[in-house]
Design a protein around this ligand. Sequence first.
Ligand code: FAD
Ligand code: NAD
Length: 406
Amino acid sequence: MNRKKIVILGAGYGGMITTVKLQKMLGTNDAEITLVNKHDYHYQTTWLHENAAGTLHHDRTRIKIADVVNLNRVNLVQDTVVAIEQDEKKIKLENGELTYDYLVVSLGFEAATFGIPGLLEHAFTIGNINSARLIRQHIEYNFARYNNEKEERPELLNIVVGGAGFTGIEYVGELVNKVPELCKEYDIPREKVRIINVEAAPTCLPGFDEELIEYTMNYLESKGVEFKLGTMLKQVSADGVLVEKDGVQEEIPSQNVVWAAGVRGNSLVEEAGFESARGRITVGEDLRAPGYDDVFIIGDCALVMNKETGRPYPPTAQIAMQEAEVTAHNLKTLVQGGDKLEAFKPDLKGSVASLGHGQAIGVVFGGKKLFGMSAVIMKKIIDNRYLLKLGGLGLLLKKGKFNIFK
Ligand code: FAD
Ligand code: NAD
């Protein structure tokens, strides 16, 4: 019996859906499946802005892998990938080494920092459970410090968010709910706290529907968010940021700088020597890496061109999950000796962004605009649908979001 070895790197949306599909689709004699992940839990990246603001506890966001993956069927290796050696079909881990017949790279994203001075040292990014928890605790600590300082220290209370794409907007939406709570807790007048969202493009959510952009701006401004549009964040230091608009520079004092201005693929794929642009590999229709018929790349490490627009599909959980389904199907074909692989065809269902408690916006089903409560309900449906898909009714009841006002 020649059982093929399938190794899946990363238990995010792409890795988890590939694994749960494969464990159902393949018999024990077909393949040995190994899932490698830094932690023994999977987290829903799409909820991390809530954890970073402190409006949702991070234990709601993480799910024990053992609760949804059958560990009699899948080897779970809790370790950190340090190198992919695709020519030798080897994976180097911090604590060992693995070999594979087929590899799935689903290692997700990193913040794109564009070489901005001081960013790595002084700004926070919303990237995983630990980085989100750190942001929440850091801001709370600075609020706690504020009334214990002899001088006025606005940098402790100013929160600067770099980027008003979906991540930046969803995060400031949570902050408008959290900041009043923190003010009450730490005896701080609300008007002393500034939430400043800096965006290089002339609008927030560049490229999105204009009416929904206006709705978003009006709502968030009414809750005290200051937008600095057409403004580049140029530099970060220990005590603030330097921004520039129309050649005019301004310093904003802040020790709470959260960088949400773009993502790139995991740098391990670049280091492995795959041809990539900012850590994203342009994959073939069947999601394999060019020149490597035994390597599938999915999720935020993969780049798939939209032939209609001539631009790549954006890195989203929605796409990562759809890619995972095709990859599981293609792996089944390969291990069972077939060679007719399925081509990946994204089925874009729309985008919905939360703006905090009881508020959201979105465009779904090819153009239907949603805002307010209808968008909130749609967002909950999307989140709950994922849980159902991943772990069935049990997981949905344990981790689902059912309160439309929170
Ligand atoms: P990820 O889900 O990021 O998972 C990667 C996994 O790999 C993680 O478990 C990580 O721990 C593991 N890993 C990384 N490096 C290593 C290593 N060296 N060794 C071992 N394990 C490793 N998209 C949507 O479609 N809808 C949304 O509403 C939405 N909201 C978002 C909100 C926020 C705040 C953010 C930041 C993103 C959001 N996105 C959303 C984008 C979406 O989260 C990503 O596109 C998606 O997570 C990509 O899935 P993935 O499987 O490629 O990687
Ligand atoms: P993004 O690339 O979509 O947005 C980053 C924003 O930062 C852009 O608007 C850009 O103009 C701005 N920016 C870049 N450099 C800047 C600078 N120096 N100064 C000021 N502004 C700067 O990144 P994101 O928001 O992190 O989203 C990443 C991916 O995740 C996207 O594909 C997005 O669609 C997806 N996402 C989806 C949702 C959702 O569907 N609800 C939520 C979050 C993220």
